[in-house]
Design a protein around this ligand. Structure first.
Ligand code: AMP
Length: 434
């Protein structure tokens, strides 16, 4: 390989994002800013307060909560040893960090429950493919503390569906299940284990491993043989204890009351150690393309105890933002950006350019939306740019006007123009843009 080709290859590599991680370019800003608006609309409307946790946490936090046998902890965490010898992990999700912060800062002493939300990147060393990245963004909503009342499960499900609805996403289906509690789940697990033991030869290699480490996950394996097997597997919904059964029934009744349709899916388990009782996902399948879940969540009443805290109920959801944006694009949803009324500052000549530069800043400080292309010297080029930017008014700082202490105000809609004294220009523009 010639030196030149080698060099070119090296440069090409440097310009790439790491596998499974993506730049967000200005061309997508329309989607991201709408999403941020919806996050604040939902959090305000449903009474959630923002909490921010570090990108890095002790690795142990996720081992103790998400669970050593989960794919996230067993295969997908980015971990590092600090110079001081601590083992840290880039957060692969938010719930464990939120609960750590809740316990660590004694948020339980404040009004209960606490409704907390987060928005930001999470990291999983997954196999990148469509809708599956190594760095992606989640909006997380958690209700922690107080009672384990089913109304909170319904509350979280409602806001998840509303989130997608506000964005005008079509064809969202809610899948819901209950995976029981400490009382009923062990007996169910034993039955499941016996069932799969007698069918071990028909399981895929992954499921043979999971049977020992993360038994419930056998139910959501996508391999054909395993899908077939689970048709006759014991059904968790038949095995719930009286309390879990009543809890789940009540969640369903709230959904009925809100006219939220759902699919009872007894194969939905979600595979993280901290879940109990309600688990759900908001899934979409459009034009034959499988997008996977847009949001997923559930109840985690034992999570606080995993971290040495008192029994503290909790329920929450994580919405996957890149997947949501993928669906928005696939469904051709566009968000009309409110065209702000804007003035465009134009100059003719070096002295006028300096004055124009100063006035651009004065306009900004006066709250006037202003743009310029002062680096362009040709008046024609500047006016063309103003037109392209759909400015309402052009302010032309000319050499003569500078001497006279004036500026030309040109209405770009009807091309009428007049000369206005510079000391009145801010007021004049404000009046015209009203
Ligand atoms: P989870 O924390 O796995 O329940 O994921 C919650 C949501 O995050 C999912 O419903 C997806 O929308 C999104 N998500 C999960 N994993 C990925 C990934 N690897 N890449 C992009 N989005 C993801």
């Amino acid at each position: 390989m010639s030196k030149k080709i080698k060099k070119r290859k090296e440069i090409a590599k440097i310009l790439q994002e790491p596998k499974g991680m993506h730049d967000v370019l200005p061309v997508d800003e329309m989607y991201w800013s709408r999403i941020r608006e919806v996050v604040s609309e939902i959090s305000e409307g449903y009474g959630f307060h923002r909490i921010e946790t570090p990108l890095l946490e002790f690795e142990e936090l996720f081992q103790k909560t998400v669970g050593e046998s989960s794919d996230i902890v067993a295969k997908e965490m980015y971990t590092l040893k600090t110079r001081g010898g601590d083992m840290l992990a880039l957060r692969p999700e938010f719930t464990a960090s939120t609960m750590r912060a809740y316990l660590g800062h004694s948020l339980g002493r404040l009004g209960q429950p606490q409704r907390l939300y987060t928005f930001g990147p999470v990291f999983r060393h997954d196999n990148p493919q469509a809708g599956r990245y190594r760095q992606f963004t989640q909006a997380n909503f958690e209700i922690i503390g107080g009672q384990n009342d089913p109304v909170y499960d319904a509350h979280i499900i409602l806001l998840s569906m509303r989130f997608l609805d506000i964005l005008r996403i079509k064809g969202v289906s809610l899948r819901i299940n209950s995976i029981g509690c400490r009382v009923c789940q062990p007996a169910y697990r034993r039955q499941l284990q016996n069932y799969y033991k007698s069918h071990e030869k028909e399981l895929c290699a992954d499921c043979v491993r999971r049977a020992k480490t993360n038994l419930l996950r056998l139910l959501d394996c996508k391999e054909q043989g395993c899908v077939k097997l689970r048709e006759h597997a014991p059904n968790i919904l038949d095995k719930l204890c009286v309390t879990c059964s009543a809890h789940f029934k009540s969640v369903i009744e709230y959904l009925d009351e809100l006219k939220i349709s759902y699919v009872l899916d007894n194969t939905l388990v979600r595979g993280l150690d901290y879940y109990s009782r309600t688990v759900f996902e908001c899934v979409i399948e459009a034009e034959g393309r499988e997008f996977g879940a847009l949001a997923g969540g559930g109840r985690y009443d034992y999570l606080a105890e995993f971290l040495g805290g008192h029994a503290t109920p909790g329920v929450g959801v994580a919405v996957g933002i890149e997947r949501v944006i993928g669906v928005i694009k696939a469904q051709g949803i566009v968000f009309s950006s409110k065209q702000k009324k804007m003035v465009f500052v134009v100059h003719a000549g070096e002295m006028a350019k300096k004055k124009a530069f100063r006035f651009v800043e004065e306009f900004r400080r006066a709250g006037i939306y202003v743009k310029e292309s002062l680096a362009k010297d040709s008046l024609k080029a500047q006016l063309k740019f103003a037109d392209k930017e759909k400015a309402r008014i052009a302010l032309i700082f000319g050499q003569r006007e500078i001497y006279e202490g004036t500026v030309i105000v040109r209405d770009l809609e009807n091309s009428l123009q007049e000369t206005v004294p510079l000391d009145r220009i801010v007021e004049e523009i404000k009046k015209r843009l009203k």
